[in-house]
Design a protein around this ligand. Structure first.
Ligand SMILES: C[S@@+](CC[C@H](N)C(=O)[O-])C[C@H]1O[C@@H](n2cnc3c(N)ncnc32)[C@H](O)[C@@H]1O
Length: 293
């Protein structure tokens, strides 16, 4: 159960979900034609010391194999989509990037960025400390100017971001991947309003939207094995209240031009369709891009 101001590290509560998606990226990286190659994903999993029985590792477990394969395919789809979002934004001249709830996202280390780009990574302190420790141990070098910003996204994060050097007068590419269900509805609304206030014309945002997050049952067989391995009850980490409107509608109301694509269609377009069980377990998921006019 969630509470105001709750905090976590990388193996507890919402922090462990960052580890789960890193684990999924590690699995996807072992696919013959991977949608994402994240050279640090396995190191995060190993360093956290969790006994996750991932496909392709010596402890692989046939029971949870289907779950991990399905989840890693979906994580590959969303990673690819958001990687392309950033590559396009940088190609169009955007030089400021903010990854909200960055978790163990290694885009600042694995994507090729033009000179003069700054990537701000926003998350809770224990998550970013763990991430930095592992990346240091791996002798990882950022491919861009990277600025970690430790703050809770239910608090005054614009103040922390600005104090870290963020410049609201230039266009920004924002990302909210794997975030919205972990925010109270009010904080989600406020998040988009604050993004709006901080975004110069030409800014863009990419968002992952779980339409069924408030009703999703984590008891679906697709999720059970993985949750047991991680010691997590994902639906207990979601704020269950219904959201007043979708991100697409909200951003449109705020004057952005938004386009949502279903994860199901994207997976087909990438040549890696999601199976019916996975689609049923996830409910409708949309990946959205929007531009501030
Ligand atoms: C599912 S993970 C996604 C991480 C990353 N975006 C990715 O896709 O790899 C969720 C992340 O959201 C962060 N998060 C959730 N609620 C937050 C909050 N209120 N403040 C700061 N970070 C938050 C967690 O710490 C965690 O890193």
């Amino acid at each position: 159960m969630r509470s105001n101001g709750d905090r976590w590290d990388i193996t507890t509560s919402v922090g462990a979900t960052a580890l789960a998606v890193a684990a999924a990226r590690a699995v996807e990286g072992r696919h013959p034609d991977p949608l994402v190659e994240d050279p640090y994903a396995q190191a995060f999993v190993d360093r956290a010391g969790l006994d996750v029985k991932l496909p392709g590792t010596p402890t692989a477990d046939a029971d949870s194999e289907g779950t991990w394969q399905a989840m890693s395919t979906y994580m590959g789809v969303r990673s690819r989509f958001f990687d392309e979002f950033f590559t396009d934004a940088a190609g169009d001249g955007v030089r400021q990037v903010v990854i909200l709830a960055a978790g163990l996202d290694a885009r600042a280390f694995r994507l090729v960025w033009p000179d003069a780009v700054t990537v701000y990574e926003v998350d809770q302190d224990a998550v970013l400390e763990f991430k930095d420790r592992v990346l240091d141990e791996q002798s990882a070098h950022a491919t861009v100017r990277r600025v970690p910003v430790t703050v809770d996204l239910r608090d005054d994060w614009p103040a922390a971001l600005t104090a870290a050097g963020f410049d609201p007068s230039v266009p920004t590419a924002w990302l909210a991947e794997g975030l919205l269900p972990y925010l109270p509805a009010e904080a989600e609304d406020l998040l988009f309003e604050r993004v709006q206030q901080l975004s110069a014309p030409g800014s863009r945002i990419a968002v992952e939207h779980f339409a069924a997050a408030s009703t999703m049952t984590a008891d679906h067989p697709r999720f059970r094995g993985m949750q047991q391995a991680l010691g997590l009850e994902i639906s207990e980490l979601f704020y269950p209240e219904a959201r007043g409107r979708t991100p697409e509608v909200h951003l449109s109301e705020l004057g952005w031009k938004a386009l949502a694509t279903s994860a199901k269609d994207l997976a087909v377009a990438y040549g890696r369709p999601l199976d019916d069980d996975t689609l049923e377990a996830m409910g409708r998921v949309e990946l959205l891009e929007a531009v501030r006019l």
